[in-house]
Design a protein around this ligand. Structure first.
Ligand code: ZN
Ligand code: CA
Length: 368
């Protein structure tokens, strides 16, 4: 059976090993030793070199009794403030002491995977090959997952353990994201002596932003301008403003339309006011679009029912490694792991959710 003591002990150990994005070395070394000690073959890929971090993704293989492999994926990095975390357990709830996040995002996922493997070994449970993927640099760009060699897994589907929501919830739809950077150019002039010779890049930006559809654009699409900087002094008509923003949509055509709308609006307003706008777009990750009866979702629902938690198929507005894996052609469900208030110092998780998450993984393994 799932050992609550071992599971919580492992979670406590993991969150106390600092692992900000691109500096996952210590936790990766710990996990390598742990997995090797459990008899698994562990490899570290080249992601660290590729993204300028000190650690690659860990890929561990637990050979099974036949059938296609299944993948369990969680990320090793945590958001800031996430160094020197002191976990506290009280009344079945784990929080962080003081001014850091807890790091349950995503070390709760890692802990549950490790505990599930231990239980399978102890009880000699039949299982397909299990490929464990612990990624780096998920936060702020899914960079580690983008370097993963998905084809090498030999799997038909995968599970990421990295969604909010209760255990039993599973994400089948999530938006693709584009990021935009714009440089708006006007013309500098003395603001008191000859303002009519100037073109204010700040006025261009202001009008363009007001004319752009932002926030919740429609039921599937969101957009935001999140950063703005520019100008030199109050007596100079500003000749340059930099903007950074994003658009997300569950539907590719809507994402393309919203992105185009943002570019067009900036450029039209800039032209009209006698300036110009240079806009670059980067596709950050693709959408998740799994049918409710897709095998990986159907299996999750069955597993939730088997352990007596309510299955819930949900959509999200966020991104995760599951977006990348789905985009590479590996159907990947993102499982709700019970973590709450993530990316804040109020982050917490219930011990009951850690246990149920492990039981869910065991049910998935049994049904796969
Ligand atoms: Zn996460
Ligand atoms: Ca996160």
């Amino acid at each position: 059976m799932v050992s609550e003591t071992r599971l919580v002990g492992e979670f406590f150990r993991l969150v106390q090993i600092s692992s900000p994005s691109k500096r996952e070395r210590h936790v990766a070394d710990y996990l390598k030793a742990k997995l090797t000690g459990m008899g698994l073959k562990v490899e570290e890929d080249e992601a660290g070199f590729e993204i300028g971090g000190d650690t690659g993704n860990l890929i561990a293989r637990f050979p099974g009794n036949g059938g296609p492999a299944i993948v369990f994926c969680a990320h090793m990095d945590t958001v800031q403030p996430g160094e020197g975390i002191i976990p506290v357990l009280q009344d079945g709830i784990i929080t962080s002491q003081g001014a850091t996040v807890l790091g349950g995002d995503d070390k709760a996922g890692i802990s549950a995977i490790l505990e599930a493997i231990q239980v399978i070994k102890e009880q000699n449970l039949a299982h397909p090959e299990i490929v464990i993927v612990f990624t780096v640099a998920e936060e702020g760009g899914l960079r580690g997952a983008q370097a993963v060699d998905v084809d090498s897994f030999g799997a038909e589907f995968a599970f990421c353990l990295d969604a909010g929501g209760p255990v039993g919830s599973v994400v089948n739809r999530g938006p693709a994201q584009n990021q935009l950077r714009a440089s708006i150019y006007g013309r500098a002039a003395h603001a008191g002596i000859c303002p009519e010779e100037g073109v204010s890049a700040i006025q261009i930006a202001a009008e363009a932003i007001m004319r752009t559809k932002l926030g919740r654009v429609d039921s599937e699409t969101t957009a935001n301008i999140g950063l703005i900087s520019g100008g030199k002094a109050t007596n100079i008509i500003p000749d340059c403003v930099e903007l950074e923003g994003e658009a997300r949509s569950l539907t590719d055509a809507k994402l393309a339309a919203q992105t185009e709308h943002m570019i067009e609006t900036l450029q039209q307003v800039a032209r009209k006011r006698g300036g110009r706008a240079e806009v670059s777009v980067q596709a950050v990750y693709p959408a998740i679009n799994l049918a409710e009866d897709a095998p990986v979702i159907a299996l999750t629902i069955k597993a939730a029912q088997a352990i007596g938690v309510e299955p819930q198929v949900i959509r999200t507005g966020g991104g995760s490694d599951a977006n990348v894996l789905n985009g590479r052609g590996l159907p990947t469900a993102n499982l709700g792991i019970g973590m709450e208030k993530v990316h804040s110092t109020d982050e917490f998780i219930r011990v009951a959710d850690l246990i149920n998450l492990t039981r869910l993984l065991l049910a998935i393994v049994k049904l796969a």
